[in-house]
Design a protein around this ligand. Structure first.
Ligand code: SF4
Length: 431
């Protein structure tokens, strides 16, 4: 199976935004993060460090093999807390320490992980909104004396303004991931060159809402959630669909004043950082091809209609998806993917795994109810369901294990230990 790289073969024109490499080099120069011990794992941390030292350039996407005789685990090469999540976790816990006498709020879940959010709640932090943007605490209840933490997904221009009106500095405890800001910068660069910005993302996801909000400050902006919607959008470019239909079909996904008769003649694509790389590439390629056919252009003329840029997936999304492809080259009986059920990047890992093997998406080891029963999230029905006999009866069972970018190593360790405990005659795990 092909290993995805971050490079794009459609790069005819580069807008003035920092490259992935630039951003990553900048990140490396910055400090390492202080993460509470409850999120760490000796076993998983040890595996990661060993692999990091063996493969500093991150070219090897083969999994780590832990063979305990009756059970063998294949651990993905890349998974777990990314730069942006560690940054957010450190800021959030420091904020709590620095403000013992103040009320502390998070705009919404800081990251999509139930353990982290639950721990912050237990320390007295309150969420102003839920993940869909529904208000849980009215703005009127906040005062200039309160502390508000901006989550790793960033927030909208409108919310920044609202906080400012209350007298709260939205930038003081801002955990917005630099890779999300990079998308905003890319959108600004595209918009300043008079392209309409097409955002490939989940319209209700906090990050896409924030990116949409910042993008529309510079240019007409529209969100497409998938290829199906992109194909429909293309019908307005070709004139196959009438302009009147557009405003109903894309309701809530276009910026104010969007003129479908003019604003789709020159476009550029950015994406939510955690989308599936192949989907994002497919959407950009498809729109580019539509512009080429519609305007009968080729070569360097294409850039007059389509801002050809690299995708804006973050390094963690690329690494984790590439490592999942590497994992799936191997043979196994099942895959366990850990993470929050509303986590976009984790969901895409599950989608990849489901194509090959029985896949169980669980938020914690507690979801493994017994050696015969697991409660897991079904991405398609968006519900948790039970599966019996999820571990096959064989002489040696092989289990793949990975997790999303917002899942602590401690969760992966507890899943590993629980699964291993079902094989009493297996060799012991040594930290
Ligand atoms: S998944 Fe990517 S964009 Fe999101 S917090 Fe992590 S590094 Fe940042």
């Amino acid at each position: 199976m092909e290993v995805i790289s971050n490079s794009s073969d459609i790069e005819l024109f580069r807008v003035d935004a920092p490259s992935e490499g630039d951003t990553r080099r900048k990140m490396k120069k910055m400090k390492s993060f202080q993460i509470p011990d409850l999120y760490k794992s000796t076993i998983i941390g040890g595996i990661k460090e060993k692999r990091r030292l063996q493969d500093k350039l991150k070219k090897d996407f083969t999994p780590t093999v832990l063979d305990y005789g009756m059970v063998k685990f294949l651990i993905s090469r890349h998974f777990g807390f990314c730069y942006g999540v560690e940054n957010a976790v450190e800021i959030a816990y420091r904020t709590i320490d620095e403000n013992p006498d103040k009320r502390i709020f998070l705009l919404s879940e800081m990251i999509h992980n139930p353990d982290v959010n639950a721990d912050l709640l237990s320390r007295g932090v309150n969420f102003i909104m839920d993940t869909s943007g529904r208000q849980l605490i009215p703005w009127e209840e906040l005062s200039a004396n309160d502390v508000v933490i901006v989550p790793a997904f960033g927030t909208t221009v409108e919310i920044q303004q609202r906080l400012s009106d209350i007298g709260i500095n939205a930038y003081q405890y801002d955990t917005t991931c630099p890779f999300v800001e990079k998308v905003w910068n890319r959108a600004t660069a595209i918009g300043q060159k008079d392209y309409t910005i097409v955002v490939h993302g989940k319209p209700s996801h906090e990050e896409t809402r924030a990116t949409f909000s910042h993008a529309k400050e510079n240019a007409p902006t529209i969100v497409v959630k998938d290829m199906k919607q992109t194909i429909e959008l293309a019908k307005y470019i070709t004139g196959e669909k009438s302009a009147e239909q557009f405003y109903e079909e894309f309701k809530g996904q276009y910026s104010e004043g969007f003129d479908v008769t003019k604003d789709l003649q020159r476009i550029g694509v950015v994406n939510q950082t955690t989308m599936l790389a192949s989907d994002t590439q497919g959407i950009a390629d498809y729109l580019k091809q539509i512009m080429i056919q519609q305007y009968n252009i080729e070569g360097s003329d294409v850039t007059a209609y389509f801002a050809d840029t690299r995708d804006t997936l973050c390094y963690a999304t690329n690494d984790n998806q590439s490592a999942t492809y590497g994992l799936l080259k191997e043979e196994a009986d099942l895959v366990v993917v850990a993470g929050g059920y509303n986590s976009s990047n984790t969901s895409h890992l599950v989608e990849l795994c489901e194509q090959k093997l029985p896949t169980y998406f669980i938020s914690s080891a507690d979801k493994i109810l017994t050696e015969n029963l697991i409660s897991h999230f079904d991405l398609h029905s968006k519900t948790e369901r039970h599966t019996s006999n999820f571990i096959p009866q064989k002489d040696q069972v092989t289990i793949m294990l990975t997790c999303g970018a917002s899942c602590p190593d401690a969760v992966v360790e507890s899943i590993l230990l629980k699964l291993h405990s079902f094989f009493p005659e297996a060799l012991p795990i040594e930290a």
